[in-house]
Design a protein around this ligand. Structure first.
Ligand SMILES: [Zn+2]
Ligand SMILES: [Zn+2]
Length: 152
């Protein structure tokens, strides 16, 4: 985990490179994202950051998150039916998502890049700009008993 000052230096650099100002709000949002691996929603970030900055609004948190994503400091995971989640980890990694509580976990494993390249070759006229792999299932707290899994 980066110290508070190292995190701020990284943030100021990236904001400056993108013509954005450092603000206390952006600093607080980034610091929170950098030290958590829960992939929070904007509302969850708001609830956490509000403890330090009571005057911050959900709208400001949302805009700060979008600024961080625009500067390459965070990744936005969008889901069709629910609000987006934000990831302070920007290195390539994969996720597992619980179909019950919707928790998103980082997977330690990696795909071989050769396998991704071979899939890319089958895309034909489709222009590939990226990919996303996510395992779905049950987290340890939500996993049903074996009987339920068999009948489901
Ligand atoms: Zn769960
Ligand atoms: Zn992640």
């Amino acid at each position: 985990m980066l110290s508070k000052s190292a995190t701020d230096v990284r943030l100021r650099k990236a904001l400056g490179a993108n013509g954005q100002r450092f603000t206390e709000q952006r600093g607080a949002v980034f610091r929170y994202l950098a030290q958590t691996d829960v992939h929070p929603t904007a509302e969850e970030v708001f609830l956490a950051v509000r403890q330090r900055l009571p005057a911050i609004s959900l709208g400001t948190v949302y805009k700060s998150l979008e600024t961080l994503v625009g500067c390459g400091l965070a990744v936005k995971l969008t889901y069709g039916d629910h609000s987006a989640r934000y990831d302070g980890r920007t290195d390539p990694h994969h996720h597992a998502r619980c179909v019950s509580c919707e928790k998103v976990l980082d997977l330690p494993g990696e795909l071989l890049t050769g396998e991704i390249d071979s899939l890319r070759e089958t895309a034909g006229t489709f222009t590939v700009t990226g990919y996303r792999l996510e395992l779905s299932g049950y987290c340890p707290e939500c996993v049903p008993t074996k009987d339920l899994l068999v009948t489901a």
